[in-house]
Design a protein. Structure first.
Length: 389
């Protein structure tokens, strides 16, 4: 395997290779010259830079192909369906993804967003619309022998762009070592239930909905608590909302804390609340499930694909009022039934082990490669290794 990546990834890659060598993988570090990237600062100009980087990487790939004669080309990242892959025209079977970004917050929830959030959503929709008009995006979809979509919503968009074969395959996974580490987290014992949310404090993460739901639930369960770990531009708004809802002392905003402390906080909580409105991934859900915590989420995007009726509770997302009511009802149900929490948590651990272990996902993808090379249609899957149907 030959991997083309940015030069700034070299140090962490080489550090990792000391612990886990990959002798059959050849690393090619490529970057644009300084004069062509001096204007890029952090995430500012990231997508434009990536487009230009791909132009250069395309020449590197073509030169390599003339020497190596690749059997298959796989473009892994960026994970946005509306960004093209300039490797698609190479004369070899092309696999694209997994890519996401096709998820959208239902229109009824726009009124819950701050002005900043509304501007973000407008610009996001504009970027996707312009991307879908990009002829290179359509060429990428049409050239793909197989497209991998992170969610069913993105699958529909790939098909609309002309991708003939699409499988839903989430990009999230947990290393076996972390599954074992999280699996050792004991089930919490205590009379008062404690909820936890992990994530950046952004408008589309839906924490306004979970705060309002917790306020409704806490009226009948005054000893309960809600912990929120993470930081972001909406933190002040969420903290003010918690105060206005009378949740001072019941809701704790921990901010950004080291991962070791996150695991400790996870052990001190009973249920993960993940009310995201358009999330193609959801690593927090997997980590909580691996720790034996049931997940309460919306029936949207990636989390809806990870969580089943056996491992948590998913509520539909029709309107903010309906979501708040259903989340509060689910909190009441979980708080009043410790046996249910334990049963869901045990099933959640097993689900992560069976379907989200990185080694299992690698085995599945290896099989897909062979099917693409053989010219046989890859098996339709529900998105998880081993879930063939």
């Amino acid at each position: 395997m030959w991997v083309i990546t940015r030069a700034n990834n070299r140090a962490p890659i080489e550090k990792s290779l000391v612990e886990e060598p990959l002798p059959n993988v050849h690393w090619v570090y490529f970057d644009l010259p300084r004069w062509a990237r001096f204007w890029k600062k952090g995430e500012r100009g990231l997508h434009l830079y990536y487009y230009l980087w791909q132009l250069g990487a395309c020449f590197v790939a073509r030169k390599l192909h003339s020497k190596v004669a690749f059997d298959l080309v796989h473009h892994v990242t960026f994970g946005n369906y509306w960004m093209p892959s300039l490797l698609a025209p190479l004369p070899a079977p092309f696999v694209w993804g997994p890519v996401g970004g096709g998820e959208s917050a239902p229109p009824a929830f726009q009124r819950c967003f701050s002005l900043r959030g509304k501007v973000y959503e407008t610009l996001r929709d504009l970027a996707r619309s312009l991307g879908q008009l990009d002829p290179f995006v359509r060429l990428t979809a049409q050239r793909a022998a197989l497209g991998l979509a992170t969610t069913p919503q993105t699958e529909k968009r790939l098909r609309a762009l002309g991708c003939r074969r699409v499988l839903v395959f989430p990009q999230v996974g947990v290393p076996r070592r972390e599954i074992q580490e999280l699996g050792a987290v004991p089930i919490r014992e205590g009379s008062a239930v404690r909820f936890l949310s992990l994530g950046r404090l952004l408008h589309w993460k839906g924490f306004e909905l979970s705060l309002r739901a917790f306020a409704r639930f806490a009226g009948s369960c005054p000893a309960s608590e809600y912990w929120i770990i993470g930081d972001g531009p909406e933190r002040c708004r969420f903290e003010k909302l918690a105060q206005n809802l009378g949740l001072t002392g019941k809701v704790t905003f921990w901010g950004m804390i080291p991962r070791s402390e996150v695991l400790g906080k996870l052990a001190d909580c009973d249920v993960l609340v993940h009310p995201s409105l358009h999330d193609s991934g959801g690593w927090a859900c997997l980590e909580a499930m691996a720790a034996g915590r049931p997940v309460l989420c919306l029936d949207l995007g990636g989390p809806a694909f990870q969580v089943t009726e056996e491992t948590g509770i998913k509520v539909p997302a029709t309107s903010p009022e309906q979501v708040v009511s259903d989340l509060a009802a689910a909190m009441t149900r979980l708080a009043g039934d410790s046996a249910l929490r334990v049963r869901l948590g045990i099933a959640a651990r097993q689900r992560v082990l069976e379907h989200f272990d990185w080694s299992g996902k690698g085995d599945w993808l290896s099989g897909v490669y062979r099917q693409v090379l053989d010219g046989t249609p890859p098996h339709r899957v529900t998105g998880f290794p081993g879930d063939a149907s």
